[in-house]
Design a binder for this molecule. Structure first.
Ligand SMILES: O=C(O)CCC(=O)C(=O)O
Ligand SMILES: [Fe+2]
Length: 314
């Protein structure tokens, strides 16, 4: 049994740096049949603004909400505080993170039960960016996913529902390619087919060295003009209290001056000090934007080198 599975895994086509691949027929048949319509009709869609314009697709953000124990250092009294994962990426304003809706929670439960998607159970897909490509014209431009808030060692899990589209992968740097005895420096490109009910697993090494995007459908080449919904699940290790006042965790600035906001103890026992969220600080927002832009371009720098001590700006 085990060797058959290992054999199948070996045969699987690998993309990017070899840590990325497609898994087909991920959701059980019944769930796969109703998921597209249920997500489309029940999710609260938003328009996302980037550089003053609407991006060409609809977006919704959801995450697992949990209750932590709030501990004030000077008091013995404890209270409870609600928090949710925080995933920061370039947008004029971060969209509100809603609790997992019923259909998204059902999908997340299936994905979280698969050890390939959770680093063998060590990480948890606690956040999703849901995107509706309404027809073949909607797209996402090439980018690297922003890993400031992503759990190191996790994978990005991108579930496709509806019409088949293709994801384009392209190396950030030129690489030496030899064809017919001639060596040239060029950016490599790969095309990944994303049919209904497939998951594209994006490994973080591929994300460091390659950008990815979804181009408009090539209808004349047989691609469908129909709607597609992608659910990009991530394991996030930065959190925001749902009152919007504090953040904590992996992507928060660990060197910020201590405040007496107290600490939180999560259900798993982990303890973090609360950092006040910084808003409307152009200088801080600009530094974060520059770091995002570096992640789009650099294959040399790792996330800790790009984001250093973290950020408290949203
Ligand atoms: O829709 C897709 O499959 C890609 C989504 C994506 O790349 C992202 O949300 O970062
Ligand atoms: Fe992406």
């Amino acid at each position: 049994m085990e060797s058959k599975e290992a054999h199948l895994q070996e045969q699987q086509e690998r993309f990017g740096e070899g840590d990325s691949y497609v898994i087909h027929d991920v959701l059980p048949t019944e769930l796969a049949a109703e998921a597209y319509e249920l997500v489309r009709t029940t999710v609260q869609w938003d328009q996302m603004l980037h550089k003053g314009g609407s991006v060409p697709r609809l977006i919704a953000v959801q995450g697992e909400q949990n209750v932590a124990t709030l501990v004030k250092d000077v008091q013995t009294e404890q209270s409870q505080i609600l928090y949710a994962p925080l995933y920061r990426h370039p947008a004029d304003e971060q969209l509100a993170c809603h609790a997992y809706s019923a259909i998204v929670a059902r999908i997340a439960a299936v994905l979280n039960a698969d050890p390939r998607l959770t680093a063998g159970g060590r990480t948890r897909l606690n956040h999703v960016l849901v995107q509706h490509y309404r027809d073949g014209r909607d797209l996402i431009t090439e980018h690297a996913d922003k890993t400031l808030d992503v759990f190191p060692g996790s994978v990005v899990v991108n579930l496709s529902l509806g019409a088949t589209r293709h994801l384009t992968l392209r190396t950030k740097d030129k690489r030496a390619v030899t064809a017919r005895g001639i060596t040239q420096e060029q950016r490599l490109a790969q095309r990944v087919e994303l049919p209904h009910n497939s998951v594209f697993v994006l490994g973080l090494e591929t994300n460091r060295c390659w950008v990815h995007g979804i181009r408009p459908a090539r209808v004349q080449c047989g691609e469908s003009d129909g709607g597609r919904i992608s659910l990009t699940f991530r394991a996030i290790h930065t959190y925001e209290t749902t009152d919007g006042r504090f953040l904590f965790g992996g992507g928060a600035d660990s060197t910020a001056p201590a405040v007496d906001a107290g600490s939180v103890i999560l259900p798993n026992g982990a303890k973090y000090s609360l950092q006040p969220v910084i808003r409307n600080d152009e200088e801080a927002a600009d530094r974060l934007y520059k770091a995002f832009s570096t992640e789009n371009k650099s294959s040399k720098l790792t996330a800790p080198e790009i984001y250093r001590s973290g950020f408290n700006v949203i």
